[in-house]
Design a protein around this ligand. Structure first.
Ligand SMILES: *[C@@H]1O[C@H](CO)[C@@H](O)[C@H](O)[C@H]1NC(C)=O
Ligand SMILES: *[C@@H]1O[C@H](CO)[C@@H](O)[C@H](O)[C@H]1NC(C)=O
Ligand SMILES: *[C@@H]1O[C@H](CO)[C@@H](O)[C@H](O)[C@H]1NC(C)=O
Ligand SMILES: *[C@@H]1O[C@H](CO)[C@@H](O)[C@H](O)[C@H]1NC(C)=O
Ligand SMILES: *[C@@H]1O[C@H](CO)[C@@H](O)[C@H](O)[C@H]1NC(C)=O
Length: 390
């Protein structure tokens, strides 16, 4: 039998030693280290991401605490072809409320069955689906509700977290926004443009009633004392990708768009920074963070790429990145997802679409719409320079 090896980067150490002060950098919290150690850990992570590089390093020993080599029975090619079949079957059977992706940690395809309130016929569809995919031997996990679970991030639930109400005349990425028509609170994702228009990007389901483009829906700032107009919704879709575009042409004169990400714990903000090649790094186990209205900047580890979610609305949302443990709540939807390149510069990776809080061996996890999908779907370019109002 042929074995392939795969690599997991593990940073699960010494958490308990390190809680020094309440407001530490989110990466310090994630890795259980102190703020001043972050730059050196970031560069170690960058090295680890170059897998080939690691294997050629003679002194691999110093990285030992990060590495975990395991024998894998399923080749990636096998998993990919099985995943394609499993996706096809999902489109045929419509088993509502499932998340599916290749999870390298399990060296297998993982199906998480959401605790969605299925009726009898939906339950049968699910069973039929699980039977039909069993030939590919995926791991199937049935998630159950912990008390107080919040499955979708869109709900206009009471806000959590702290420190709101800072007065600013700027609209930052990660800041609260409200779709006044639906009363829906989300987070500003990032700014992008096509040849003629400039948009604020957020999650498609922030348009709660899923009525797309033609609507007159307007988005306003939320956590600023006085609501200011950001712009009109010109595009929204939840499947295959959860994306909405707000045209900022009519943005309030009292508001200035900022391409920085806000840190709501502090008025200071983190500057968005794009890698030289403009592409996010795709490595299992690498850190990703998000900024959002409800829970500010929090981080987790990437678990899986290119997964899908067959929601309770008979629609299949595709190309998701799954990120574990990153804390998020209602209102964080649409917020920017990024990797730090140093203490306060980041590479944008996408926007937050939602999270599964129900208990399963792979949850809680968050699902992210990748940046390049958002840009490609809508012919957009990311804006990182200051935006000068017309
Ligand atoms: C956000 O601000 C708090 C308070 O100053 C700080 O401790 C934390 O490190 C900041 N987070 C980021 C990502 O800069
Ligand atoms: C590979 O297969 C062997 C034999 O079936 C099993 O004991 C082992 O746990 C499997 N390894 C993985 C990573 O699934
Ligand atoms: C179950 O829900 C589906 C929609 O998902 C509906 O079409 C069907 O009529 C319902 N069946 C029963 C038995 O309620
Ligand atoms: C830019 O976006 C606007 C608003 O959605 C659209 O009307 C226009 O056709 C787009 N332009 C190009 C060149 O794609
Ligand atoms: C906010 O951030 C600035 C710059 O990093 C820092 O000087 C200031 O002390 C921070 N404020 C709080 C309340 O943490």
């Amino acid at each position: 039998m042929k074995y392939i090896y795969f690599l997991l980067i593990l940073f699960t150490f010494q958490r308990h030693l390190m809680v020094i002060h309440a407001q530490e950098h989110p990466l310090a919290e994630l890795w259980g280290i102190q703020d001043h150690e972050i730059p050196s850990y970031l560069s170690r992570e960058a090295n680890l991401i170059e897998v080939l590089e690691i294997l050629s390093i003679p002194e691999v020993k110093q990285y030992e605490q990060f590495l975990d080599f395991r024998k894998a029975n399923n080749s990636l090619a096998y998993l990919k072809s099985s995943f394609n079949e499993i996706t096809k079957l999902a489109k045929q059977n419509n088993p509502l409320g499932i998340f599916v992706s290749i999870f390298p940690k399990f060296n297998n395809i993982v199906i998480v069955v959401d605790n969605y309130g299925r009726n009898v016929s939906e339950e049968e569809d699910l069973e039929e689906y699980i039977r039909s995919v069993s030939q590919y031997k995926p791991e199937v996990f049935f998630a159950d509700y912990p008390s107080n679970s919040l499955n979708s991030l869109t709900s206009s639930h009471t806000k959590r977290g702290c420190c709101f109400g800072k007065i600013t005349e700027r609209i930052f990425c990660g800041q609260g926004i409200i779709n006044e028509f639906d009363g829906n609170i989300c987070s500003a994702g990032f700014f992008a443009k096509n040849q003629s228009h400039t948009f604020l990007v957020t999650a498609g389901h922030c348009n709660k009633n899923y009525h797309g483009s033609g609507s007159e829906k307007k988005f306003f700032t939320f956590e600023i004392t006085k609501r200011e107009l950001i712009g009109k919704l010109v595009y929204s879709s939840t499947a295959p990708h959860d994306i909405a575009l707000i045209d900022i042409e009519q943005m309030s004169k009292h508001l200035r768009p900022s391409t920085g990400i806000i840190n709501v714990s502090n008025v200071s903000y983190v500057e968005l920074f794009i890698n030289d090649d403009g592409m996010p790094v795709f490595t299992h186990g690498a850190h990703l963070c998000k900024a959002g209205y409800s829970s500010s900047v929090t981080c987790g580890y990437t678990e899986a790429f290119n997964g899908f979610y067959l929601s309770g609305l008979f629609e299949i949302r595709e190309n998701y990145i799954f990120v574990d443990i990153m804390k998020s709540f209602g209102g964080d939807s649409g917020g920017p997802v990024f990797a730090f390149t140093d203490l306060n510069r980041v590479t944008l990776n996408g926007i937050l679409s939602g999270s599964l809080k129900d208990r399963s061996p792979v949850s809680p996890f968050n699902y992210i719409v990748p940046l390049e999908i958002i840009l490609k779907d809508n012919n957009l370019n990311l804006i990182t320079d200051p935006i000068v109002p017309q």
